[in-house]
Design a protein around this ligand. Structure first.
Ligand code: OXD
Ligand code: MN
Length: 635
């Protein structure tokens, strides 16, 4: 019986087995815990779910409706199975701790593939896989991968339902933990099915942890706390806009709406349709005079995007509100300006380093209804991680489930431990964060983690120069010798692991978008909170004081600040950056903005070398920007 037939017979849960005797045989060892079935009348969706079930052989299929009741039932089930720990509701109501397999703790870039028809379409910065071969490999590993498990069908919308920038998707997964996270991170559930039935397009994503409970030889095994597989595949098929993920239950490997769809697949859709899918936070900034500005900012992973998105200004009268902390989709609006949405509905933030002093807003966001993964458990049933409080508790259970004390000499929380929480719970969430049309963007920021060379802030001379800044984002790999620059790790547009096609083509696409926006294009800036002084310490206090840089950016957008031209862009003129009340020496300010010509010439050589790997595909405009900077450095 197909799923469609099953539904017609008023069926609820459905076995995906191809052998019609299987459901009965298995009935004895399955106990459906999510009893509500939704289903759909959409023939394509039904056929696809059927097809995946025929490959993976789950015991049951559950259509997720996105209700609180469903989330509640799933979390109770996971607690009963020992896969989630319910935190003390007195401290952290409706919140849970998951502990992953120690070998499944982060995105696996070396197992992430772009399976485009041509190798060159993936480009030199992606792992390319032949789509025909990869499909055969995946069919092999997915064969029977859900035996003994429930297969969940998770319909979701990225962005407000039905919005002009939003997109739909469906994730099939055998991980109830993933379902719970997807319920927080996306607009998930039944209403999406109605849009699909109405003819809206949607992206197919398939996920299996790769730990079947019934093996092909008929033997059975019991489940483990965090099922996963040593063999992992995170595969994007840009030509058919599909994602297949196998073997991991963690984060971006498994929550396929996030990096896999909203960046890798969406970047390809955006290229083909004239929009942008970016690794950017979004904020709304209000000036003391009540001027409202929207800023998008791209930073590589682990450069404080969540902190900046929840920034509490230290300068009077300024307000920063949160729209998104990780991903932005941007598209030209009817007024000719660039409009943006945060396609996500929650934050999947790194816990360590998030604390009362560094990001009190994030800490307050997680008051309850939060899933924590790989943080430490306190004796009172609450959670802890490095940086949450200054002093650690005297005793904890660490992320691997072992006793821990401050004398243990190892972190209590995994460095990539996470919190999953709804954006709506964020105290600084902006009233327009889920506006269907998005928000108009006034400024775009690109930042890396640069100890040398890159000033605290510089404005691009033009869109093309801005694209050059984005394309050359980098962080030092090694300390630099005096007057030179260390080896650089490039992360163009902070999209290195997330661009679904050739990075050089992506730069061309950005240039094209800018040309189309013309004079309505937002201003572009490069920022660097991480410059170090000659003594090796950070020159800039960062965090809330980054509002001072935002202020200058807004004043530039307003035309109130003039700036001074330099070979690498426009810097704040004397007195334009508000440093009142900061303990910053004149020398530190000078070092923050110093443009050492010899060192910049060395950096230009590195940039030329870096461009070489993309060969002919590097847009001429970017080579021209490099030549222009070199020319000005000669002066
Ligand atoms: C993330 C990342 O988890 O960029 O957001 O790695
Ligand atoms: Mn990210």
């Amino acid at each position: 019986m197909t799923i469609a037939e099953h539904r017609l017979h008023g069926g609820g849960l459905h076995s995906g087995g191809t052998d019609s005797t299987e459901p009965e045989q298995r009935a004895a060892d399955t106990s459906p815990t999510v009893s509500k079935s939704v289903g759909t009348t959409d023939a394509n969706l039904l056929a696809w779910v059927d097809e995946i079930a025929r490959i993976t052989h789950p015991d049951e299929i559950v259509w997720c409706d996105g209700s609180l009741r469903e989330a509640d039932a799933l979390s109770k089930q996971l607690v009963a199975e020992g896969k989630l720990i319910r935190l003390n509701p007195e401290w952290r109501p409706n919140s849970f701790l998951a502990r992953s397999d120690p070998k499944d703790v982060a995105r696996v870039e070396d197992r992430t593939f772009i399976a485009s028809a041509e190798r060159d379409d993936a480009g030199p910065t992606n792992n390319w896989a032949d789509p025909v071969q990869m499909r055969a490999t995946l069919t092999g590993v997915f064969e029977g991968s859900m035996r003994g498990r429930t297969m969940y069908v998770v319909p979701f919308s990225m962005g407000p339902l039905g919005g002009p920038i939003s997109q739909l998707g469906v994730e099939i997964t055998d991980s109830p933990y993933v379902v719970l996270n997807m319920g927080i991170m996306t607009r998930m559930g039944e209403r999406v099915l109605r849009l699909i039935e109405g003819g809206e397009r949607w992206v197919r994503t398939v996920h299996s942890v790769g730990y079947p409970l019934h093996l092909a030889d008929g033997s059975r095994r019991s489940d483990v706390e965090w099922p996963c597989n040593e063999e992992k595949y995170i595969v994007q098929f840009p030509d058919t806009r599909e994602v297949w993920s196998y073997g991991s239950g963690y984060g971006g490997n498994a929550l396929l709406a996030k990096k896999c769809f909203a960046l890798r697949i969406a970047s390809v859709m955006a290229r083909d349709e004239g929009w942008l899918a970016e690794h950017m936070l979004l904020i709304k900034v209000t000036s003391p005079e009540g001027g409202v500005y929207h800023v998008a900012a791209a930073f590589p992973s682990a450069c404080g995007k969540t902190n900046l998105s929840m920034l509490q200004p230290t300068i009077p009268g300024w307000k920063v509100e949160t729209i998104g902390d990780d991903i932005a989709w941007l598209r030209k609006g009817e007024d000719g300006r660039l409009w943006a949405i945060n396609p996500e509905a929650g934050f999947f933030g790194v816990a360590p380093g998030t604390g009362a002093t560094t990001n009190p807003t994030a800490v307050n966001t997680m008051w309850g209804n939060t899933i924590f993964t790989n943080v430490a458990l306190r004796d009172d049933g609450d959670v802890w991680w490095e940086g949450l409080t200054e002093a650690p508790p005297a005793h904890l259970i660490d992320w691997e489930g072992n006793d821990w004390t401050p004398a243990s000499g190892r972190p209590a929380a995994h460095p990539n431990s996470r919190f999953t929480v709804s954006a709506a719970q964020c105290p600084s969430i902006s009233d327009d964060w889920d506006a269907v049309d998005g928000v108009p963007i006034d400024a775009i920021l690109f930042g890396g983690r640069r100890a040398t060379n890159v000033p605290l802030v510089a404005q691009a001379r033009s869109w093309k120069h801005g694209v050059f800044m984005g394309a050359t984002i980098s962080s030092e790999k090694t300390a630099a010798a005096e007057g030179s620059v260390g080896e650089l790790r490039r992360d163009p547009f902070a999209m290195l692991p997330f661009c679904g096609y050739n990075m050089a083509d992506y730069w061309s696409h950005w240039l094209k978008v800018g040309k189309d926006l013309g004079t309505k294009a937002p201003a572009i800036f490069q920022v660097n909170w991480f410059r170090k002084g000659e003594d090796g310490t950070f020159l800039w206090p960062g965090f809330g004081d980054n509002s001072r840089v935002i202020e200058w950016i807004v004043r530039r957008v307003e035309g109130a600040s003039k700036g001074v031209d330099t070979p690498i862009g426009l810097l704040p003129a004397d007195g334009e950056l508000d440093i009142d009340g900061l303990d910053l020496s004149t020398d530190a300010v000078e070092q923050l903005f110093r443009i050492d010509h010899a060192s910049w010439r060395a950096e230009c050589d590195l940039t030329e070398e870096y461009f070489e790997q993309f060969g002919e595909r590097v847009p001429a405009a970017l080579r021209a920007e490099l030549a222009s900077i070199r020319y000005h450095l000669k002066d």
